[in-house]
Unconditional design. Structure first.
Length: 243
């Protein structure tokens, strides 16, 4: 409903409940209750915009992507390109034959990562690898993945190792907070064995690794999953190394 039309209707309802000529004689508590009731009705069905960030990123956070080049990242992966100050994986014209990853040259251990991402295409799936390593002579990487895609958004997957979701986000929460087909603020915090993920300012999972043999350091990689034509876009990538 148009905002102006809603306001007019609410004003008419208010006057119907408490006519103007009686307003001065109506107890303040009654007026307040009616206003609160109407405000609640007016907000019904509206999707509230969440806070854009949950984890604090310090002023010393570094730009992991400069918006123009693959400086600091692997070179030569034809499935990734730079466009409109974003890293774009995949294609809307051609299928993606296998999982593809674009990894940082550096390794990271404890950090907070914040970026914006969106998916284009009907069945597009992607993710943010961390504490990960390239598998020799293979297109795959091994390590944690902060997942992106229908049925997986905001979950923690273990790629090429345990090959399963280690922690899944609540479907109802994702439905409430996700901007489908548009940009979403995606946050990731790795602190020793503790991992947290947030989307649009709402925490989706919290996980503690119980296996002491799992590495707590590695590369950060951006994924485009194999499948039909589709694209994943990543931009405004900031990393704050915490210790």
């Amino acid at each position: 409903m148009n905002g102006d039309l809603r306001n007019v209707l609410l004003q008419q309802v208010f006057q119907a409940i408490i006519p103007i000529r009686m307003l001065k004689k109506t107890p303040v508590s009654t007026v307040f209750f009616v206003l609160l009731l109407l405000a609640t009705v007016g907000c019904a069905g509206k999707k509230l915009s969440p806070s854009p960030a949950l984890f604090e990123v310090s002023e010393n956070a570094a730009r992991l992507f400069d918006g123009a080049s693959f400086d600091g990242w692997e070179k030569g992966n034809e499935f990734f390109r730079v466009e409109d100050e974003s890293i774009v994986g995949g294609s809307l014209e051609n299928p993606i034959p296998q999982n593809e990853f674009l990894c940082t040259e550096r390794q990271y251990s404890n950090f907070r990562l914040k970026l914006e991402t969106r998916l284009l295409g009907d069945q597009t799936n992607a993710g943010i690898q961390f504490h990960s390593e390239r598998i020799p002579d293979d297109n795959e990487v091994i390590g944690y993945q902060a997942d992106i895609g229908a049925g997986y958004w905001g979950g923690l997957y273990d790629e090429s190792r345990r090959n399963r979701l280690m922690a899944a986000a609540d479907d109802q929460l994702i439905e409430e907070i996700l901007n489908v087909g548009d940009w979403n603020v995606y946050e990731l915090e790795a602190d020793g064995p503790d991992i947290r993920i947030a989307i649009n300012g709402r925490q989706t999972i919290s996980y503690r690794e119980g296996d002491p043999d799992i590495p707590l350091e590695g590369h950060i990689c951006l994924q485009i999953h194999s499948g039909p034509p589709g694209e994943v876009w990543y931009k405004s990538i900031l990393i704050d190394e915490t210790r």
